[in-house]
Ligand binder design. Structure first.
Ligand code: SAH
Ligand code: SF4
Length: 407
């Protein structure tokens, strides 16, 4: 059989928007206005709804309630009325893997179905450090874009996640890490020191292009930022885009989080190949949108991601061109060692080259942390977020699932 080329994949992609939601919807991830609507359905009088929403919000997002019966400040009658119509379900944890460095990866099965398709799954990765914990969220099942170095781009099925499924990833992480008020905190290597929140930061850097699922991502990040709930401030949330230029001003106005741009090349010719969306929105337009991103300052910079591909984009001339290109934009540059995946034609640049590249960037006045690959042993590092378990046998899947249930 001839191997499929990237173009074949593009033709083969199946956008699955024929999604049928579960019969009883989950209240997780609704905006306050939507939750007020749900209260109405459960018979709460209009004048009472705001107060009830506030109560539920606390139980859901501060205490992490998984059952209406936990909500002791809510009357029994209302709890029963809610239970008859709604759930507090999060995506189901199909597998949990913990890396030697403390990185955790969850394979999550999404509720609802699409006729004839296997259940949809996404991955969510948690990266702990001593003073923070960063959760990397997915915004889509698969991705419609085909960046040539990215594993997710090779996935055939694509559908947008709902806001509830995006917030659900945060809920699962807080459930599993014991990060809700009153819960017993998880123990293990690498977790933040006691007193720090386990999940303090969010990056939209998992599967999918968040700006192709704008409304759901906006609503989900609105819920995440709410100070009376999950309370993750917008300065601790970063949205990464491959460069959907027309949506960047809206992201600034309506979401207001930190922005990261997957730049990866300094010339259009090469970027067209690595990030094919560049053919539609070339580098100059992308950087103009960045210059106009609201609220930029030296304290609020745009992160430019640059994956280090051996012999492709890693010459020292490229490094010099990169700093020239970003002149005048309050920027950080993140050099990402390429994470190889089976079948890729790329290799990661040599360490020595990454250091020289980073020195040029550093000498130009940019902090240039080289992102240390985390969780490599569990295929959790950037760009490896394809449901690796797809390849496992039914028995192996069951074993993983059992592991997830017992610890
Ligand atoms: N779709 C969005 C966000 C998800 S990708 C985007 O492209 O920005 C998150 C980051 O991982 C992006 O910067 C992406 O370019 C990078 N990435 C993808 N595959 C990679 C790989 N194999 N090795 C290293 N980084 C990769
Ligand atoms: Fe999609 Fe981002 Fe991967 Fe490109 S790098 S294919 S935009 S997930």
């Amino acid at each position: 059989m001839t191997p499929l080329s990237q173009t074949d994949f593009a033709l083969e992609k199946l956008p699955l928007e024929r999604y049928v939601p579960p019969a009883k919807p989950s209240l997780v991830g609704l905006t306050r206005a939507e939750l007020a609507g749900a209260m109405g359905e459960a018979g709460v009088a209009p004048g009472q709804r705001k107060m009830r929403v506030q109560q539920l919000w606390h139980w859901l997002y501060v205490r992490g309630a998984r059952d209406f019966d936990e909500m002791t400040s809510v009357s029994k009658d209302l709890r029963a009325a809610l239970d008859a119509r709604f759930t507090l379900a999060r995506p189901e944890v199909v597998a949990e893997q913990v890396s030697a460095d403390g990185t955790r990866k969850w394979l999550l099965r999404l509720p609802g179905e699409v006729a004839g398709e296997r259940p949809h799954e996404v991955e969510c990765v948690y990266i702990p450090e001593s003073d923070r914990g960063t959760l990397c969220l997915s915004s889509q099942v698969g991705c419609t874009l085909n960046c040539s170095f990215c594993h997710t781009g090779t996935q055939r099925l694509v559908r947008n996640l709902t806001a509830g499924e995006i917030v659900g990833q945060i809920m699962v992480a807080r459930d599993r890490l014991g990060d809700f008020l009153g819960a017993e905190r998880a123990t293990g290597p690498g977790l933040p020191t006691a007193g720090e929140r386990c999940v303090s930061n969010i990056v939209m850097m998992g599967m999918g292009e968040p700006l192709y699922n704008f409304e759901a991502v906006r609503d989900a990040l609105g819920v995440a930022q709410d100070g009376d709930g999950l309370a993750i401030s917008r300065r601790r949330i970063t949205l990464s885009t491959s460069g959907v230029v027309p949506m960047i001003p809206r992201a600034g106005d309506e979401i207001g989080v930190m922005l990261a741009i997957s730049l990866h090349a300094v010339r259009d010719e090469l970027r067209d190949e690595l990030v094919p969306l560049n053919r539609k929105y070339p580098i100059a337009e992308l950087l103009d949108a960045c210059r106009n991103y609201p609220g930029l300052s030296n304290a609020r910079r745009i992160t430019f991601e640059y994956v280090m591909l051996k012999g492709v984009n890693d010459s020292l001339a490229d490094a010099k061109a990169l700093v020239r290109l970003l002149k005048g934009i309050p920027a950080k540059i993140n050099l990402i060692p390429f994470n190889p995946w089976p079948g890729t034609k790329y290799e990661c640049s040599d360490w020595d080259r990454i250091e020289k590249f980073s020195e040029i960037v550093f000498n130009a006045g940019y902090a240039s942390p080289v992102r240390t690959p985390r969780g490599r042993d569990i295929l959790a590092a950037c760009g490896q977020l394809k449901s690796a378990t797809e390849k496992l046998s039914a028995r192996e899947r069951l074993a993983l699932r059992a592991m997830a249930m017992t610890d």
